[in-house]
Design a protein around this ligand. Structure first.
Ligand code: PLP
Length: 460
């Protein structure tokens, strides 16, 4: 058998070019066959279509047309975050320049567990993590697979800074990955502080910190800057002051809201962020990156020494002493993709101004959509958006009808909306992350929801 062409090496680009034409062609035909934000028919229809298109995934004899067939099926069956009616989750349409940079990362395949596998990638990672850490007022940062891993690392670093145990105190509005990290790390049951208005209540936090048994200081408070459900930001300066008064460590989960830092208009909403010991950022949300693109920034670079780890084949002492950078302590993973390339390319291509403008634009879409909902008697608006999330529901609808509207739009392949519970009721959630959305799209979304609800109610 002939060796299948390789992606890198002197002939790599020559081998890749026709394959890229195939991929781009199949992306186009797949999207055309889908026609909307997601495939119609629900899980059974999509599963059947994929099974038909793919056939045997491990045939005895290979199929030279597999790239085209599978990419077409993959695109046809995708929920496309670049479609303006795909607005459910913190699921962003990636920038073309970031996806193109990610191709180079796949082709060269550096692995960030040792310098000899990633010479330039590790140097770029140092530059990029320091630059993003400076944005949060911090000294250093680690690249993660997302907010979940960044939150886990934050809890781990707090545990190690406190000599092996820590009590996590988080708002009831915190991301589920935080209590899960406490479980994973074998920590005592976390304390959930009420967040009746959707944000952590500093007075309730103070009470909880006062009542905690055990030695003062072995506490990690986790606040949120951009809740997943509603995009709300906890009162960071007040929380930071109460943590300082109680000697508690502070982590801020800014997986969603972090990129407000790029916007002159919105940056002040994150005042107080620099008081945190650690901050989670997720640039595959409000940062328009292909997944994954997470970071954890740390105020005190010394905290990272807890991750120091030695494996003779990757960071032998004599290699490190001779000046080879030691990468193993920069993650809990071993083999690691150079996610920094797409990030660095994006930051440098758009600049702070360009990124800030994208942030401003999606926040403006959310405000416009909230205005439409507010002015329309057919709908209830939960609240004005803080970032780019709007919770709304058809007026006078039962929760079951709200849930049915969402599923109806999904199954029909017409729109992708999320759901969230707030004030004891179920809401539809629209998360705006697509900078190319136009005013017409916002009205179309509202009209679709109205019709889906009206149809669900039967003829009147
Ligand atoms: C999305 C999100 C996370 C989890 O991030 P992943 O990248 O999905 O792992 C954590 N916290 C908040 C507030 C989030 O919105």
């Amino acid at each position: 058998m002939r060796t299948p062409p390789l992606a890198s090496g002197p002939r790599g680009p020559h081998h890749l070019r026709p394959l890229l034409d195939t991929v781009l062609g199949a992306l186009r035909t797949g999207a055309r066959a889908r026609g909307g934000p997601l495939p119609a028919g629900g899980p059974d229809a999509v599963t059947a279509a994929v099974r038909d298109a793919v056939g045997d995934v491990l045939p005895d004899q290979g199929d030279p047309d597999a790239l085209r067939t599978l990419v077409h099926a993959f695109a046809q069956g995708a929920a496309d975050p670049a479609h303006p009616l795909c607005a459910a989750h913190l699921h962003c349409p990636p920038l073309a320049v970031a996806a193109a940079a990610d191709l180079a990362a796949s082709v060269l395949n550096p692995s960030l567990d040792s310098w000899d596998q990633a010479p330039a990638a590790s140097a770029l990672e140092t530059l990029l993590t320091r630059a993003l850490a400076r944005e949060t007022g911090h000294a250093d940062g680690l690249v993660t697979t997302g907010g979940t891993e960044a939150n886990q690392l934050a809890v781990l670093l707090a545990r190690e800074a406190h000599g092996g145990t820590v009590r996590l105190v988080h708002g009831a509005n915190a991301h589920h990955s935080l209590p899960r990290a406490a479980w994973l790390l074998g920590l005592p049951e976390p304390v959930a502080v009420p967040a009746p208005a959707g944000v952590l209540d500093p007075v309730a936090l103070d009470d909880a910190l006062t009542r905690l048994p055990g030695p003062r200081g072995r506490v990690l408070v986790a606040a949120t800057a951009g809740t997943t459900d509603a995009g709300l930001i906890d009162p960071l300066p007040d929380i930071a002051a109460r943590c300082a008064a109680h000697g508690a460590r502070l982590h801020v989960d800014a997986a969603y809201g972090g990129p407000l830092l790029f916007s002159d208009r919105h940056r002040s909403r994150l005042t107080g962020l620099d008081a945190a010991h650690t901050v989670t950022l997720d640039l595959h949300k409000l940062g328009w990156q292909p997944v994954p693109a997470g970071l954890l920034t740390v105020r005190d670079a010394h905290d990272l020494s807890a991750l120091h780890h030695r494996a003779d084949y990757l960071n032998a002492d004599d290699d490190t002493e001779a000046g080879l950078p030691d990468l193993l302590g920069r993650s809990l993973r071993t083999t690691r993709r150079p996610d920094v390339l797409k990030l660095a390319v994006t930051l440098r291509t758009l600049g702070r101004t360009g990124l800030g403008a994208l942030v401003d634009r999606v926040c403006a879409h959310a405000r416009e959509f909230a205005d439409l909902v507010h002015d329309d008697p057919r709908f209830d608006l939960h609240d004005r958006p803080v970032i780019s999330t709007v919770l709304f529901r058809p007026a006078h609808a039962a929760d079951t009808a709200v849930a049915a509207v969402r599923r109806h739009l999904l199954t029909a392949g017409r729109a992708v909306l999320g759901r969230a519970r707030a004030d004891g009721r179920l809401w539809l959630k629209a998360t705006f992350l697509n900078p190319a959305t136009r005013p017409d799209d916002l009205t179309a979304l509202l009209t679709l929801v109205h019709h889906a609800h009206a149809e669900g109610q039967g003829p009147r």
